[in-house]
Design a binder for this molecule. Structure first.
Ligand SMILES: *Cc1c(COP(=O)(O)O)cnc(C)c1O
Length: 462
């Protein structure tokens, strides 16, 4: 099924509230309506108006570019209702596994608006992608050969090759895709690589795109633009060398970093487009169809996690709040706290913002390992049992990609919309379910319940 694209929402949000004020409003209503509380001690929330205006800001940053397909990197928020909302806002979808492709199709993206970038595509995955008609980017030249051997003559899929411009990394090694030794794409500066790439395009006329994703969190706009500039110049060189305009599309990836310090959106999509225009003016003149693949920059600031404070304690002179948000939902932050610090908000048992003098506290999670702390020595109003904490800017790569450590269930996720209340009650909030909290039946089923006797039987069969 495919959905007709609708025009993107206006950039101005319907409510004048700041993003954190919208979060506070949503927290208060979630507590009052029981979406957060003793029985539901953790949930993820998505601000749908925020998502719409982020998508609008992205579209507005590329005015007058004749052909551009903005895809959303599904891994950043792999939830069908979120993907469907994005499809309705006119986005395409970037997927990197059979599971993500399935979600994108279930969400209603037309195959012509889906791009498959899995780093290790199986033959089966390639066959299916070609049959469905989604675009594919080969990760390496062996994969190009594999696609060549599987591609039917009447295939409609746009096919590209991912390159690594090797322009260097940003401040987070694990997020840097364009280092000399990155696992992604054809390493362009390696001896002989450019020649082999040119040769592959000469040999396969259906190879019509180049792809680079130079990211992400921790990388500067200049670095990203430099990587895209290298890719553009390679496309020009290939088309010149083989004497025809075979490369018609440039997939410039995503990777715009996000500011996790405050409400401010920076860098903006407009700043990104301006940096690209300065570095690679030819990119925008309409000779190439452009594809973008943003994830974090579209969703991160439009979501938050709310979690109950179950207990507080003191240890070695440090106050610790034991909450239900830990590594199962804030995995990167827990394992790499310096690289992925999160803002934490303190709310009381009624869901109202807490005041009071700041106290240095650790915000810990429910997982059974000592490092399960989402914020170390953070100054916050004193938290008490029954209060709530908010982890801001967690709309991408947090509650949508949970970790099943300790058999902790996946938290529920809700969308919300804040509307200006007519009366003195202030703003109103409407919620919609996005994903149910995982049941214990489901936890057990995913842990092999159907094969409960298997190992015992194996021993007895000898
Ligand atoms: C993860 C990924 C993206 C999205 O990255 P963000 O930093 O979330 O914008 C885009 N393209 C590819 C190939 C990716 O792997």
């Amino acid at each position: 099924m495919s959905l007709p694209p609708s025009p993107a929402a206006p950039a101005s949000s319907p409510t004048a509230l700041s993003p954190s004020a919208r979060v506070a409003t949503a927290v208060r209503h979630a507590v009052v309506s029981g979406l957060l509380g003793e029985d539901c001690p953790i949930a993820g929330f998505i601000d749908t108006d925020g998502v719409r205006s982020s998508v609008a800001a992205l579209h507005e940053a590329f005015p007058g570019v004749p052909a551009v397909l903005h895809t959303f990197a599904a891994k950043a928020a792999s939830l069908v209702p979120v993907l469907r909302l994005l499809a309705r806002c006119g986005m395409g979808c970037e997927v990197a596994s059979p599971g993500e492709l399935r979600l994108a199709l279930d969400a209603g993206f037309a195959p012509s608006k889906i791009v498959l970038d899995s780093p290790a595509k199986t033959r089966d995955e390639i066959r299916r992608a070609l049959a469905v008609g989604v675009a594919l980017n080969a990760d390496n030249l062996d994969e190009v050969d594999r696609i060549a051997s599987l591609r039917p003559a009447d295939a409609v899929s746009a096919i590209g090759l991912r390159v690594n411009p090797q322009v260097g990394g940003g401040s987070i090694g694990a997020m840097s895709t364009a280092t000399a030794t990155s696992k992604f794409g054809v390493a362009l500066r390696d001896p002989g690589a450019r020649e082999r790439v040119v040769q592959a395009f000469a040999q396969h006329p259906w190879l019509t795109r180049l792809h680079a994703h130079v990211g992400s969190q921790g990388c500067s706009l200049e670095l990203i633009a430099a990587g895209i500039g290298e890719t553009y110049r390679l496309a020009e060189e290939i088309n010149r060398t083989i004497g025809r305009r075979q490369i018609t599309g440039l997939d410039i990836g995503g990777g715009l970093p996000v500011n996790f310090e405050d409400d401010d959106v920076r860098p903006t999509f407009a700043a990104y487009a301006a940096a690209l225009r300065a570095e690679v003016p030819g990119l925008f003149d309409g000779r190439y169809e452009l594809v973008t693949e943003f994830g974090r920059s579209l969703l991160a600031k439009n979501g938050f996690i709310g979690a109950l404070v179950e207990y507080t304690k003191d240890a070695g002179g440090r106050r610790i709040a034991l909450t239900h948000a830990g590594a199962q939902t804030a995995t990167r932050t827990v394992f790499m706290p310096e690289a992925w610090p999160l803002r934490v908000g303190a709310f009381d048992a009624e869901g109202l913002p807490k005041g009071g003098p700041p106290l240095v506290q650790d915000i810990a999670g429910p997982c059974c390992f000592a490092g399960d702390v989402v914020a170390h020595a953070r100054e916050l109003p004193e938290l008490r049992s029954g209060d709530f904490v908010v982890l801001y800017d967690t709309g991408a790569y947090y509650f949508s990609s949970p970790w099943s450590y300790n058999s902790l269930p996946r938290p529920a996720v809700y969308g919300f919309e804040v509307t200006e209340g007519p009366g003195p009650e202030g703003p109103a909030v409407r919620f919609a379910p996005v994903r149910d909290a995982q049941s214990l039946d489901s936890v057990s089923a995913e842990s092999g319940l159907a094969h409960a006797d298997a190992l015992v039987d194996l021993g007895e069969s000898f």
